[in-house]
Design a protein around this ligand. Structure first.
Ligand code: ADP
Length: 626
C-alpha cells in the first residue's frame, strides 16, 4: 500500500472550501449539532471569566472599602449567576451530546448512501475498494476527515471565544499605567513600549504555534498513515477469520504476520520527532507565560492596579495567550486534516459516467418484451482481455433460456450486461428494438429479478427480506415462500412453541440481530432468495448459479421447479452443470467469451462434435439417474 504522501499545495480558498463541505456534511449527519456546540462553548467559556471577574471585585472590595452590603450583593450574584451558567451549560451539553450520538454509525450510513449512487463498475474496481478501506482505516486510527473537522472546529470555537472574552481585559491591562515617576525597568514597564513588546511576543508565539502545528501535523499524519496502512492490513486478515483458520491452524501464521507489522521501526522514529515538537511548543508557551506573569506582577507592584485586579489580569492574560496559541494550532491541524477530506471527497465524487437514458420503459399488459444482443463485445475496465466477443442472440418473453459453459467462459458477464451493470464495449443490446441505454436506468432495472451467485440475505425479519420492504402483503410473501419450496419450514416455524413470536415472517434471520432469530440451513437461505425473486414479480427472472453449493441433483430439482414457477416470464438460468438446464427451451453454450452453440438440449447432444455434447458426456457420469 502506498503512503498517502499528498504534497499538493492548496490556496486558502480551496482549504476553506474543503472545510466548509466537511461542516455541511457533519450538519447533515448530525442536525443542529453546530448550534448547540456554539451555545455550549459560549456558556463554558463565559463561566470561568464570570467567576474570575466577580472574585476580583470581591477582593478589591475587601482590601478597599469593605462595604458589607456590596460584598453580599457580589456574593449573591456570583453564586446565582454561577448556578444559572452551570445548569444552562449542562442542559445545552446534553442536547449537543444527543445530536452527536452514533456519529460512527451515521457516518457509515452516509457513506453507504453515497455508494448507492455509484455505478456498479466502481464497486468491483479494486482501486475503489482499497480507497474505501483506507478511508475507514484512517477513521479508525485517528478519526481523520469528518471527525477531525468536528473536533478541531469545536476546539477552535472554544479557543476563539476564549480569546475574545479575555481580549478586552488583557487590552485594558496593557494600556493602564501608574501616575508616579519611575526609573529603570519600572519606567519601561509603565510605558506603552512594554505593552507593545508583550503583544508582539504573543503574536510571535501564535505564529510559531501554527508553524509547529504544521510540521508536527505532517509528522503525526505520516505516523497515522502508517497506522492506517496497518489497520487496512489487519482488517483484511480479520475478514479471513473463520472455519479455515481453525482447521488449518492458519491463526498461528496470521498472528505472526500481524505481530511483525505492529511495531515497525519507522513508527518509533516518527514518534521521537513528533515528541520534540511537542516539547518545543510547551517550552515556548511556558517562556511566554513567565514573561506575562512578571509583567503583570510588576504592574501591580508599581500600583497600576490593586491586588484583586492582579488576580483578574493574571488569569485573563494567561488565558488570552493560551487561547491565541491554541486557536493558531487548531487552524494548523484543520489544514492538515484537509488532505483526508480531499481523499474522502474524491471517493464520494466518483463520477457515474454510464449513459442515463430518458425513455420510459413501456408497461405492457401482455409483458411482450424482446431482448436482442447485437454483436456485443465486452472488456472489463483496466483489462485487455475480451470477456465477451461478438455475441448475438435474441430472446422473447416466456422463453426459458439456459446459459452454460465452463468457469470463466463469460456467463456472468453476459448477465451483467443484460441487467446493465456494465455497458457493452462494442455492439448493442436492444429491448423491443431500442438500445437499452436510452431507457431510464431505474425503469430498465425494474424489469429484472436476479438471484446472484453470492445473493445477500439481511438479518431483518423473514417477511421484510422477501418483500425488501417493511410494509408487505403477508399473504403474497407466504405464497412466494411456499412456491420457492419453503412451505414446510414456514409451517414448522409458525408452530414453534419455544418462541414468543408466532408469526415467523416477523422473526429476524441473524442471531446477532435478535435472540429469537430463525436458524436457516444453506438450502433454506437459497429458498428465501428465490422467494424474494418471485415477490418482485419482474418480467425477467435470472438465476446466476445461486445453487452452486447444492449437489447437481438438488440443483436440477430447483431449476426444474423454477421453470414451472416462471412460466409466463422470461427466465435465464446459468449453470456449468448441464443436467440442470436440459428442460429449458433454448441453451446457449459459451466458451472463452463466445457464444458457440445455441439450441434445444436434444439437438445439442446430437451434435457429436460440438462442445455441448462433449461437456454433457463428460458430466453425465455424475448424475446417472438424475
Ligand atoms: P463465468 O460466469 O462463465 O464463470 P465470468 O463472466 O465471470 O465467467 O468471467 C468471464 C471472464 O471475465 C473471466 O476471464 C474473468 O476472469 C473475467 N472477469 C470477470 N469479472 C471480472 C472483473 N470484475 N474484472 C476483470 N475481469 C473479470
Amino acid at each position: 500500500m502506498k503512503r498517502n504522501d499528498e504534497t499538493k499545495k492548496r490556496t486558502a480558498l480551496e482549504e476553506w472550501r474543503l472545510i466548509r463541505r466537511g461542516i455541511r456534511i457533519v450538519n447533515e449527519m448530525l442536525p443542529h449539532f453546530w448550534l448547540y456546540q456554539i451555545l455550549c462553548t459560549f456558556t463554558e467559556t463565559l463561566f470561568p471569566y464570570f467567576g474570575l471577574y466577580l472574585s476580583a471585585q470581591m477582593v478589591n472590595e475587601l482590601v478597599g472599602d469593605c462595604n458589607y452590603e456590596r460584598l453580599l450583593r457580589l456574593a449573591v450574584i456570583t453564586v446565582l449567576g454561577g448556578l444559572f451558567l452551570s445548569i444552562a451549560g449542562k442542559l445545552l451539553q446534553s442536547r449537543r451530546n444527543l445530536c452527536e450520538a452514533f456519529m460512527y454509525q451515521k457516518n457509515d450510513i452516509y457513506m453507504s448512501d453515497a455508494q448507492n449512487d455509484f455505478q456498479y463498475e466502481h464497486l468491483e474496481d479494486p482501486n475503489v475498494v482499497f480507497q474505501r478501506a483506507k478511508i475507514h482505516a484512517a477513521i479508525d486510527a485517528m478519526g481523520a476527515g469528518l471527525y477531525q473537522v468536528k473536533w478541531q472546529l469545536c476546539s477552535l470555537l472554544n479557543d476563539l471565544m476564549g480569546a475574545v472574552f479575555s481580549a478586552s481585559l488583557t487590552v485594558s491591562m496593557l494600556v493602564m499605567t501608574a501616575r508616579g515617576e519611575y526609573t529603570g525597568v519600572f519606567a519601561f514597564i509603565n510605558s506603552p513600549a512594554s505593552s507593545l513588546v508583550i503583544l508582539s511576543l504573543i503574536l510571535i508565539n501564535a505564529v510559531c504555534s501554527v508553524r509547529i502545528a504544521a510540521v508536527r501535523g505532517v509528522r503525526q499524519q505520516r505516523l497515522m498513515d502508517g497506522v492506517a496502512e496497518e489497520n487496512t492490513r489487519l482488517n483484511a486478515f480479520m475478514r479471513l477469520w473463520g472455519m479455515d483458520m481453525i482447521f488449518f491452524r492458519m491463526d498461528a501464521l496470521v498472528l505472526k504476520e500481524l505481530r511483525g507489522h505492529l511495531r515497525p521501526k519507522w513508527i518509533e522514529e516518527e514518534e521521537k520527532v513528533t515528541i520534540r515538537y511537542h516539547f518545543l511548543s510547551i517550552l515556548l508557551n511556558a517562556a511566554l507565560n513567565l514573561c506575562v506573569f512578571l509583567f503583570v506582577a510588576a504592574k501591580a507592584f508599581i500600583g497600576v492596579f490593586g491586588i484583586g485586579n492582579f488576580i483578574l489580569y493574571q488569569g485573563t492574560t494567561q488565558r488570552f495567550v493560551m487561547s491565541v496559541s491554541n486557536a493558531a494550532a487548531d487552524i494548523g491541524r484543520l489544514k492538515d486534516n484537509n488532505r483526508y477530506l480531499a481523499f474522502l471527497f474524491e471517493y464520494l465524487d466518483l463520477p457515474n459516467d454510464m449513459y442515463q437514458g430518458t425513455l420510459a420503459v413501456e408497461k405492457r399488459d401482455d409483458i411482450d418484451y424482446e431482448i436482442e444482443f447485437r454483436d456485443v463485445s465486452f472488456r472489463y475496465p483496466r483489462t485487455d482481455e475480451w470477456a465477451l466477443r461478438h455475441v448475438s442472440m435474441k430472446f422473447k418473453i416466456g422463453d426459458r433460456l439456459a446459459i452454460v459453459g465452463e468457469n470463466g467462459s463469460g456467463k456472468t458477464t453476459f448477465i451483467k450486461l443484460l441487467c446493465r451493470l456494465y455497458d457493452p464495449t462494442e455492439g448493442k443490446i436492444l429491448l423491443n428494438g431500442i438500445d437499452i441505454t436510452r431507457y431510464r436506468y431505474d425503469e430498465y432495472m425494474a424489469l429484472f429479478s436476479v438471484v446472484f451467485q453470492d445473493y445477500k440475505i439481511l438479518g431483518f425479519p423473514l417477511g421484510e427480506n422477501v418483500a425488501v420492504s417493511q410494509i408487505y402483503d403477508e399473504t403474497y410473501v407466504r405464497d412466494c415462500l411456499i412456491r420457492a419450496g419453503f412451505g414446510d419450514k414456514l409451517a414448522s416455524l409458525d408452530g414453534d412453541p419455544a418462541v414468543k413470536e408466532k408469526n415467523s415472517l416477523r422473526r429476524a434471520l441473524w442471531r446477532s440481530y435478535d435472540a429469537e432469530a430463525i436458524e436457516l440451513s444453506g438450502g433454506e437461505w437459497q429458498k428465501v432468495a428465490l422467494a424474494r425473486a418471485l415477490y418482485k414479480d419482474a418480467p425477467f427472472v435470472v438465476l446466476d448459479e445461486p445453487t452452486a453449493a447444492l449437489d447437481p441433483i438438488a440443483e436440477a430439482a430447483v431449476y426444474e421447479k423454477f421453470n414451472k414457477l416462471t412460466e409466463n416470464k422470461t427466465s435465464v438460468f446459468i449453470s456449468h452443470r448441464l443436467s440442470s438446464c436440459r428442460f429449458c427451451d433454448s441453451i446457449a453454450v459459451f466458451d472463452h467469451g463466445q457464444l458457440i452453440q445455441q439450441g434445444a438440449h436434444d439437438a445439442l447432444v446430437a451434435d457429436a462434435g460440438g462442445k455441448y455434447s462433449k461437456l454433457w458426456h463428460a458430466q453425465a457420469q455424475y448424475y446417472e439417474g438424475a
